[in-house]
Ligand binder design. Structure first.
Ligand code: SAH
Ligand code: DHB
Ligand code: MG
Length: 227
């Protein structure tokens, strides 16, 4: 299977760099997380810095104390969101690959956020079922950013593990426009389209989608509120 390619226009990436320096100001822990992924030969598929900062601000604006993330990679988005949590807040992040979880753990600890972050290794669908069985407090904020094929299941889990008012953010909502042409990526496009349709139809979700351009190409963030 050929890897689907995201194609940033140079001007999009240049503007993103300008915004990162002028407005976003990622700290050293975040820069370390990006570099550690490069060093470990992991894919550079973390959210862009301006998107990570958006996640942090949304966590703060929603007053979240408990965040659930699906798809950890090296912990870049994890660190952004954990930075938005109060000191006694909690973030649970689900990651399939032990190698990714190990890199993320070291980045989260180096950021001084280890006490807020729990990394659950394994297929997210299993971790989510285990979380439900533990009967914890509902999550206030859910960020979905793992395998796109399971997006609709992850949305269902976000509703189930959330509560009325929970914020749900889903990454990769546009996928270079493949939402209109699934033949561009027969592996991932159906899950992305399915997630958008579910967000538009789910009786317990009210949603919108913002298209984005930048270093990660043409993509988007879907945002929903659990009713
Ligand atoms: N949220 C991260 C990027 C995540 S990339 C950031 O912005 O910094 C997607 C991650 O999901 C990868 O690390 C991949 O290993 C993980 N993943 C893929 N399939 C998964 C599954 N079924 N369960 C849990 N994690 C999965
Ligand atoms: C891929 C995954 C992502 O979550 C992303 O933001 C970009 C690319 C990927 O699997 O190619
Ligand atoms: Mg993503």
């Amino acid at each position: 299977m050929a890897m689907f390619e995201h194609k940033p226009q140079p001007a999009w990436a240049a503007v993103e760099d300008f915004l990162t320096v002028t407005v976003v100001h990622p700290d050293e822990a975040l820069e370390r997380a990006v570099q550690s992924a490069v060093d470990a030969g992991m894919p550079a598929i973390e959210v862009a810095p301006n998107a990570g900062k958006l996640l942090k601000l949304l966590v703060q604006l929603s007053g979240a104390r408990r965040v659930l993330e699906i798809g950890t990679l090296a912990g870049f988005s994890t660190i952004w969101m954990a930075e938005g949590l109060p000191d006694d807040g909690k973030l649970v992040t689900c990651e399939y690959l032990t190698k990714h979880a190990d890199v993320a753990r070291s980045n989260v600890d180096a950021a001084g956020l280890g006490h807020k972050v729990e990394i659950r290794v394994g297929a997210a669908l299993d971790s989510l079922a285990a979380l439900q069985a533990e009967d914890q407090e509902p999550f206030d904020f859910v960020f979905i950013d793992a395998d796109k094929e399971n997006n609709t299941s992850y949305l269902d889990w976000a509703v189930r593990l959330g509560r009325p008012g929970t914020t749900v953010v889903l990454d990769n909502a546009i996928w270079e426009g493949a939402v209109l042409d699934p033949s561009m990526d027969q592996v991932n496009a159906p899950g992305i389209i399915g997630a958008l349709e579910l967000m538009g139809n789910h009786p317990q979700l009210d949603a919108t989608v913002i298209q984005t351009v930048g270093s990660k190409g043409w993509d988007g963030f879907a945002l929903a509120r659990v009713l």
